[in-house]
Design a protein. Structure first.
Length: 95
């Protein structure tokens, strides 16, 4: 049963920090959350906290899309609920 297979990503903290800086323009202290299937670091900036999700490579894209859609729906229906709000990365310009 593939859905029971646990193969969480193990991206080094410095790589995650670089991706967060490059694609979201954020810098801060990274803290790891425990997760069964994904890697979920949180970035603490002087202004606020931002959770990130490094998806499991074995996860079907439709499942990840469903998770993001559910969070967006919660934000729309009740933005005061304490759940992460998905954000798109900043445009990246390559030279």
């Amino acid at each position: 049963m593939k859905f029971l297979k646990r193969n969480p990503p193990d991206v080094p903290v410095d790589v995650v920090a670089g991706l967060v800086r490059t694609h979201y323009g954020l810098e801060g202290e990274l803290t790891a959350f425990e997760s069964e299937r994904d890697q979920n670091p949180r970035v603490e900036t002087p202004d606020r906290s931002f959770p990130f999700k490094v998806c499991n490579a074995d996860e079907a894209p439709d499942v990840v899309d469903l998770q993001v859609s559910a969070l967006k729906h919660i934000e729309l229906v009740d933005p005061n609920l304490p759940v992460p709000c998905p954000r798109s990365p900043e445009p990246t310009h390559f030279e």
